[in-house]
Ligand binder design. Structure first.
Ligand code: IMP
Ligand code: MG
Length: 332
């Protein structure tokens, strides 16, 4: 059994939700800790239903997985309660008592502060809530009556699960290029998004992690401000089938071709041991719903091999369609 960190490569929206939901079903993941906050949406598509999850871990579709939100996370209480209801996970989801709380005034500030507006924030209040946390005056989950039935010590729970040799996923949000420390500052989010930071938010030390799975998408997308090397015009993005709108905010995503050198750099900082590549069917439509690597076209195979050769790690999971089970799984 393993403790795996799942981390995004670029500016988020690589398809971490899909990869995590696949692992949940396929590997019967016992425990998942989600980090980050409501600015990120993880999309899960299963049994004909789409979920855009801002709080609940994407492993929820495996109904025996225990779900946690780590102490480093920021909780939007009404969004959390709404998602718990929709996903019917009450009784198997817990929140760390020291996770901090996003309040109305945080999102109001996110939407009217001219500096934050210039960064193109999601407006969900995460940056202002983290500012308050850093100034040691934030409300924590333990202070909120509606959360009393969900509280636990997540670090204790997840470390016990690792001691018991259970299968644990630490679910990162966003991507390394949005990291406060390693990304395209100032056009970044308000926290570090590296694999090490994902561990820190969950309360898991680096020696306890077995695998770091970096998730790449076959092309790069970005919402908000900041430079995007190789950016295409909207017309060209539409022509290539790369044009997307954000699951969380509905905003249009900018897009650019895959950047192999950037892929190498982010894998290094994450300490990635393997990679997932999503949306291969968008780049190579003949690959749609393929579940065997051998059946890919030569161009598609070459693309995957070039990632492995440039980055120096194996591409173990490849997305070939939107559903949680639409993958090529090359592990063993
Ligand atoms: P904030 O995290 O809402 O403060 O936004 C800061 C920057 O990060 C903006 O460019 C956002 O568009 C971007 N961002 C934050 N979360 C996500 C995400 O989950 N996916 C993609 N971009 C994000
Ligand atoms: Mg997203």
């Amino acid at each position: 059994m393993v403790c795996t960190v799942v981390a995004g490569a670029f500016w988020g929206d690589e398809g971490k939700g899909k990869i995590v939901s696949y692992l949940a079903l396929k590997d019967k993941v016992n425990v998942c800790v989600r980090t980050g906050s409501v600015n990120a949406a993880h999309t899960v598509y299963f049994d004909g239903t789409y979920y855009a999850l801002h709080m609940v871990p994407a492993t929820f579709i495996y109904d025996r997985c225990r779900l946690f939100i780590g102490s480093g996370a920021n909780i939007d209480v009404s969004q959390f309660l709404k998602e718990v209801e929709r996903t019917r996970v009450k009784g198997r989801i817990w929140v760390d008592k020291q996770a901090s709380i996003i309040e109305q005034h945080h999102s109001a500030k996110d939407r009217k502060d001219s500096h934050l507006i210039s960064l193109g924030t999601t407006g969900r209040g995460v940056g202002p809530a983290i500012q308050e946390r850093a100034s040691r005056s934030a409300k924590l989950a333990r202070d909120i009556p509606e959360l009393q039935g969900f509280l636990t010590d997540v670090a204790e729970e997840v470390n016990r699960a690792i001691d018991e040799n259970l299968y644990v996923i630490l679910e990162g949000t966003q991507g390394l290029m949005l990291s406060l420390y390693h990304g395209s500052y100032p056009y970044v989010t308000s926290r570090d998004t590296s694999a090490a930071a994902i561990c820190s938010e969950a309360g898991v030390g680096p020696s306890r992690v077995d695998k770091v799975l970096v998730v790449y998408k076959c092309f790069i997308t970005r919402v908000g401000s900041g430079n995007l090397p190789g950016e295409l015009s909207k017309e060209e993005a539409i022509r290539r089938g790369w044009f997307e709108t954000a699951a969380g905010t509905g905003r249009e995503r900018r897009s650019a071709p895959f950047d192999f050198n950037l892929a190498k750099r982010v894998a290094k900082i994450h300490g990635a041991t393997e990679a997932a590549v999503t949306k291969l069917d968008i780049l190579y439509p003949e690959c749609k719903n393929t579940s065997s690597f051998d059946q890919l076209t030569q161009n598609a195979k070459n693309f995957v091999v070039k990632i492995e050769e440039t980055v120096g790690i194996p591409v173990t999971i490849i997305g070939t369609g939107p559903g949680a089970l639409d993958v090529i799984d090359r592990r063993v």
